[in-house]
Design a protein around this ligand. Structure first.
Ligand code: COA
Length: 166
């Protein structure tokens, strides 16, 4: 495959995302991580900050680039010249949402297709929200996020909760 797009909000990027990006990059010539500006959830980091963090965390993978977008995902894919999207699947929670997500995107652009990689076992239950909740409760989240951006993530989480601990 030529170009694949891996979309998400990455607020923050986790080791689970990196696992999917590393494995997805082996399937294509060029993997573009699409960081969404518009999200239907409360975000801690700005689009530029999230793009920067994903760039740092994927620096070691030669055929990966990271771009922000703030319109429809299918339009972003068209601009990248990509018809194939990559999604990570975790058991328990993801399937129902993914069916709806696939339908919506294919409704918007019937040329789009999606490939799914099952998350590795150690990342099955990680999510960005869970990381925020664990930090909020005083837990150590450093082993769940890429080492290269762990300090930035902890700093951002600390600022978001009023800077009371790191
Ligand atoms: N490992 C760990 N966590 C993972 C993961 C993995 N392999 N894959 C997904 N997750 C987590 C994410 O961190 C996220 O956690 P959170 O909900 O706690 O923040 C959650 O699973 C959902 O991830 P994802 O399904 O990738 O959603 P997202 O909110 O990060 O991104 C977009 C959704 C950006 C792809 C989607 O909103 C979009 O396309 N937006 C653009 C506008 C558009 O085109 N809308 C129409 C499409 S329906």
């Amino acid at each position: 495959m030529d170009t694949i797009v891996y979309p998400g909000t990455f607020d923050p990027v986790t080791r689970g995302h990196i696992d999917i990006i590393e494995r997805g990059a082996r399937l294509c010539n060029r993997l573009v991580v699409g960081v969404a500006g518009i999200a239907y959830k409360n975000l801690i980091w700005s689009l530029d900050e999230r793009v920067d963090m994903v760039r740092l965390a994927t620096h070691h993978i030669a055929n990966v680039s990271v771009e922000g977008f703030d319109d429809l995902l299918v339009r972003f894919m068209q601009r990248q010249g990509a018809r194939m999207m990559l999604r990570g699947l975790r058991p328990i929670s993801d399937f129902d949402y993914e069916v709806q997500f696939a339908w919506a995107n294919r409704h918007l652009d019937p040329n789009v297709d999606i490939i799914y990689l099952m998350s590795s076992q150690e990342h099955f239950l990680v999510s960005s929200t869970l990381i925020k909740q664990m930090y909020e409760g005083g837990g150590d989240i450093r082993d769940l996020v890429p080492a290269s951006v762990a300090d930035r993530i902890v700093l951002g989480l600390s600022r978001a909760r009023g800077g009371t601990h790191d």
